[in-house]
Design a binder for this molecule. Structure first.
Ligand code: BGC
Length: 415
């Protein structure tokens, strides 16, 4: 057992943030004005034909949900605000929706939970996607009025901003695998445009926030999907490096790529769950000649392997940037809650180890507080510390949630 076995407690620094992470579309319900709503109406897009029509009904039950975060002794929470609610038509802002998010943020503040607010977490308004969405030349121009409005109307309540969630995953899922809207496959040109636009959008949002609220930390969340060589053969090492480059970098000038974690920011936000092995395969020209497959180990509901020991290396790679690091997402898709509890203790041990190595980790946001709508996989994946009855919406804290609460209360691991 990782906890209570009598070893020395591993303490985290005072003020360390213990939180969970979520996104609007995955929990709110009735989010009709964005691309995902339209997408999920199309047969075959979502596992079992699941819909986010109700999701966790969090839009109406946010008080109850925030009370549960309090019960878990959280001092931070990462959430996203839904652009398509706030700006349902281009240039038209909905004061009622802004009030709603003010209420949510105020409730978090009243419970002493610091909100980290994400501006774009995978969903975009229909009016924006009709004009070409993130692949369009006008993408940044379309996004920024919402950003300005969010800063003006919500900025006083926001503890930290996360501009964009996982640009490389968003672009790959929407334009390469087709798992997300707009469902393109193998469209490398658009994938490049999307990440280029998201890079510009991040920089513009960063500058806008710093101008109005210089003291509020701003970053973005980069998804660190690890690609490891399948063998020590040179060609497999090159294959792994190629796959890693595609997820880790975005264009900063025509033909020039740079690491996403090097973007202008006050902190580095890192999401890490999985790794795959990479082997060179001459029969796969469309995917950079790389065959990707799972390493040995138990497979999660997402179909990937999650090994807690990868976290320390992922964090150590960031040490050279000498910036505060927040783990914006990490978790396990399983309905075996004892596995989640074990994983949580082990992964936090790795985080602690990385801090001993000199990485300035300031907080950990577990994905996620409640079992929710896992995009194309619908309700088949259980990442939550709290279960949600799909019929009654009743919430129940799982033992892993209680374990996480004990860690947050102790500000450390007990062994
Ligand atoms: C996304 C979340 C998602 C999680 C688990 C992350 O890439 O930001 O929205 O639920 O992974 O798949």
């Amino acid at each position: 057992m990782w906890q209570g076995s009598g070893g020395a407690p591993r303490r985290f620094p005072k003020g360390f943030l213990w939180g969970t992470s979520s996104s609007a579309y995955q929990v709110e319900g009735d989010n009709r004005n964005c691309d995902w709503w339209e997408w999920e109406q199309q047969p075959g897009r979502i596992a079992n034909g699941d819909r986010a029509a109700v999701a966790c009904d969090h839009y109406r039950r946010y008080r109850e949900d925030i009370a549960l975060l309090r019960e878990l002794n959280q001092n931070a929470h990462r959430l996203s605000i839904e652009w398509s609610r706030i700006e349902p038509s281009e240039g038209v802002f909905d004061a009622r929706q802004i009030r709603h998010y003010r209420d949510v943020l105020r409730e978090l503040r009243e419970q002493s939970i610091l909100p980290m607010v994400t501006l774009h977490h995978f969903t975009s308004p229909l009016w924006f996607v009709r004009k070409g969405g993130w692949a369009s030349r006008d993408a940044v121009r379309g996004f920024m009025p919402f950003v300005h409005r969010a800063i003006d109307e919500l900025g006083d309540l926001v503890g930290m901003w996360c501009t964009i969630n996982e640009p490389s995953i968003y672009a790959a899922n929407g334009w390469i695998t087709g798992e997300f809207p707009p469902g393109h496959r193998g469209d490398l040109v658009s994938q490049y445009r999307v990440t280029a636009n998201m890079r510009r959008a991040h920089e513009a949002a960063y500058a806008a926030i710093k101008h109005r609220r210089p003291d509020t930390p701003v970053g973005l969340s980069h998804h660190k999907f690890l690609f490891l060589p399948a063998s020590s053969k040179r060609r497999d090492m090159v294959a792994a490096r190629a796959a890693q480059t595609v997820t880790d970098r975005w264009p900063v000038a025509p033909g020039r790529l740079r690491r996403i974690v090097e973007a202008p920011s006050d902190f580095i936000g890192i999401a890490h769950y999985w790794a795959q092995l990479c082997a060179f395969d001459p029969r796969r020209p469309n995917v950079q000649f790389v065959r990707r497959f799972n390493p040995p180990g138990p497979v999660t509901e997402m179909g990937f392997v999650s090994d807690p020991s990868w976290m320390r290396g992922v964090l150590n790679e960031l040490r050279r940037y000498r910036k505060p690091v927040y783990i914006t997402e990490n978790g396990l898709a399983t309905d075996d809650d004892s596995w989640r509890e074990r994983y949580l203790g082990e992964v936090l041990g790795q985080v602690h180890g990385a801090m001993e190595d000199g990485v300035d980790v300031r907080g950990y946001f577990h994905w996620t507080n409640m079992d929710n709508f896992e995009w194309a996989r619908g309700y088949t994946c259980h990442f939550g510390l709290i279960s949600v009855d799909r019929k009654t919406q009743e919430r129940t804290i799982k033992p892993s949630g209680r374990a996480y609460a004990r860690i947050a209360t102790a500000n450390g691991l007990m062994s």
